[in-house]
Design a protein around this ligand. Sequence first.
Ligand code: ATP
Ligand code: MG
Length: 649
Amino acid sequence: MDHDVNGRLLDRPAIEPPESFVAQANVSDPDVRAAFEREWPDCWAQAGRLLDWERPYDETLAGGAAEPPFEWFAGGRLNASHNCVDRHVDERKNQVAVQWEGRLGETRTYTYLDLYREVNEFAAALRSLGVAAGDVVTLYMPMIPELPVAMLACARLGAVHNVVFAGFSAEALANRMGRAESRFLVTCDGYYRRGAATNQKNKADNARIGLDHEVEATVVVSRLGDETHLGDRQYGYVDLLAAHEGDRVDPVARRAADPLFLIYTSGTTGAPKAVTHTTGGYLAHVAWTARAVLDIKPEDTYWCSADIGWITGHSYVVYGPLALGTTTVLYEGTADHPERDRVWQIIERNAVDVFYTAPTAIRAFMKWGSEYPARNDLSSLRLLGTVGEPINPRVWEWYYTHIGGERCPVVDTWWQTETGAIMVSTLPGADAMKPGSAGMALPGIGARVVDGDGRPTPPGEPGYLVLDRPWPGMPTALATGEGWADSHPWRSADGWQYVAGDEATVDEDGYVTVLGRVDDVINVAGRRFSTMELESSIVEVAGVAEAAVIGGDDRSTGRAVYAYVSPERDCPGDDDLRARIEARVREAIGPMATPEAVVFTPELPKTRSGKIMRRLLEDIANDEPLGDTSALRNPEILGEIESVVREEP
Ligand code: ATP
Ligand code: MG
């Protein structure tokens, strides 16, 4: 590839973390990576030590590191519920574990003792309904405290939870329960969305009808507070708790490699894929990264705004913060209801120390304007994080300035559902930040950028982002080597390697910049353009809030850049803005990248986890039938975009 992406994206000076942050950081030793290398894989015992083991492990990594099977913390036994709840009760029973902020402005507070009691009672209830170790229990609930309680109750019994995002349809739920042969379901009567009550139980009932197997028990949490008709083998959550009041359930010790849960990917590049995570390796990796990257301390109030229906919610709303014994904020609502400063109000009211969100949210905050965060006192914040998509440098800088007051380091964390926990990021107490670049591979992580033959690319040259060493949070299929190659990108020409599916560059300092999905990179007359780079240049144009670029058909070059742009609130999508966008791309990237068409749209199509779905925009541009739309959050926008595109000459 013949253009230097890093040079352009990162020609701003690296930003050092403030000394005041470094002085208090959990990890600030600049040699931590070298120390991990010297002792790899035993370095990961540092993560193992963050957990309580019912039986200590014999080996940090059994089976060698060359090829599967890999077994992390082999011989060890532990229980995730004990690690996230019981062990904190002795030390700080009255500390808040879960601070819930409800959609209607209600709040609920669970101390570690409250959480301990409810998890035990619900585990006793599930056990009485027939749930045993290894059973798959499907959880279909919005962001209410009963969701983490149910997850931890399953973990306590050694049952495998299968959280299905609450906004998914009956059909999507049936599909996920069917594939997992899940015979138990915990759901709720309904919940509020954009001011209106939705009927969740109805969807759950319909899903059950669509299943080939019997559901042995359905538990219904009352969120709306209305009287709900409970049919055969259906039980009310509060009735079950009352029936098991004061019950205690001994945590079932699990092998480190035993499954803790099933989860699905976001579905950005195709149909969502199922992934299974382990108990020991996963929990150790999540706890270690929550401590080293998110800098979480037990006395902190920490808020990750992701929905628990996605891996980020599992790892960094529930397991990571609770394993470290901190206070985790659980927010049911949306960022703009009732007002566009809702998020900042919650941060002020709870004096949140660490805030972790996604670029899609930050782009929305930016679009709404800095007057909203300015209304609130955000001085409690110490660290900011982002995950889910590449963050454009302009958006990074807005976050750093307007939310972090240029005082809080920003960690741009690259990882996937498949990796279970953060893999590439700066360590905020040890590394300088480069806006737009995620940072270095974390200590002990083998992340590299390679060409099509598996050879490392020179600095600045795009290539495939691969993981060439096992990691503790790796999913079961990758650890065992069974059934992985069929459904996941995978190459093994030069030893064991997991191909992440993202294209990236690495600079002289080892900083990885994700350029976009391998499938999304645009090839115009033999030149490859990164979606991240193109979109970043468009987002730099005043008046642009969000942009997505794709490769579309073109009569002369075969392939051309199409840009879909969502303007800021007060900016019209007109010829002037179009001309400025074209000029900026020509200047920043080159004339060949000048968009063939700039399509204005109030919104971009996004997954329910908030990622731009470029493949659907590509289908529209190329006049092809739309691919899998099951993971789409705003299907109505597609018709709107289609009608605009069809009008183009
Ligand atoms: P699917 O695999 O179903 O197509 P998905 O890849 O979006 O969906 P996730 O596992 O939720 O599902 O997302 C992981 C992907 O998100 C990564 O492969 C990467 O493309 C993107 N990503 C996550 N964090 C970052 C980041 N900090 N910088 C750049 N990209 C990121
Ligand atoms: Mg993926």
